[in-house]
Design a protein around this ligand. Structure first.
Ligand code: DX5
Ligand code: ZN
Length: 240
């Protein structure tokens, strides 16, 4: 496969898929969320990653559909084009709130298969509402369920930290799972995004991309820093 640079490198590392940076608002200033969303989009964010936690499935509590609805008008580029809101449900049960987030403007909804009693039905319910559906895998969660639903999903989200908090360190075993997930995507022949969430920084994002990821959640690497664009630009430079 020829790549942008004209050179020939192994198809596994020359991905035609564009990379995406998805800042997680978990690490944003909750007192200024609308402004934070506008600022990080202006700094080059491709998606807004919206971490939903219920203090049941994970030991933390964040925000609900009303906050997603309030942020939706701010998730736009300068030219008015919408920026996808990528809702990551760390909740149990899944189905009722998945629908509420879709009504609130979610463009993608991903959930943990171990948090749903009927994974295939939960995926069907999200897709039936015209929303993209994803499955999220914790560090010790195998990918086996993909055997039966990979043809129905649009996104695979690999957790490289244990869900619940920002600012944690990247768990290296996630790299092997990313490679496995990339092989499954290629075997499926489907256009599925491979997103990684947790501990992503400018100094490790290339390693995560080389394992096969194309979409990168970053919370504490971006929010709280003085220059969002400088951080996002450094991530893109590492991916180039
Ligand atoms: C964990 C959250 C975090 C967050 C990213 O439940 O999902 O992974 O999005 O946080 P950082 O980038 O600070 O690890
Ligand atoms: Zn997340």
């Amino acid at each position: 496969m020829a790549c942008e640079n004209g050179g020939f490198i192994h198809p596994d590392t020359c991905m035609s898929t564009p990379f995406r940076i998805a800042p997680s608002i978990l690490s944003a200033d909750f007192a200024r969320l609308g402004e934070e969303v506008r600022d990080v989009i202006q700094a080059g964010a491709d998606w807004i990653h919206f971490d939903v936690m219920d203090n049941h499935y994970v030991p933390n509590l964040t925000f609900g559909p009303m906050v997603c609805q309030a942020l939706k008008p701010h998730a736009r580029r300068a030219d008015g084009r919408p920026v996808p809101i990528d809702v990551h449900l760390m909740i149990q049960p899944v189905d009722a709130l998945a629908g509420a987030f879709i009504d609130a403007g979610a463009d993608l909804v991903s959930f943990h298969p171990d948090a749903s009693a009927h994974v295939h039905r939960s995926v069907q319910a999200i897709k039936a509402r015209g929303c993209q559906a994803g499955l999220t895998f914790n560090p010790a969660q195998p990918l086996d369920v993909l055997d039966w639903v990979i043809d129905d999903i649009d996104l695979i989200l690999i957790m490289s930290v244990n869900p619940g908090f920002g600012g944690q360190s990247f768990i290296d075993s996630a790299l092997r799972k990313i490679e496995q997930a990339r092989r499954r995507i290629e075997a499926s022949g489907k256009d599925i995004r491979l997103e990684v969430d947790g501990g992503i920084k400018a100094d490790n994002i290339r390693r995560v991309a080389d394992a096969g990821a194309d979409t990168f959640v970053a919370g504490s690497a971006i929010f709280g820093k003085p220059d969002y664009k400088a951080v996002i630009d450094s991530m893109r430079a590492a991916l180039a």
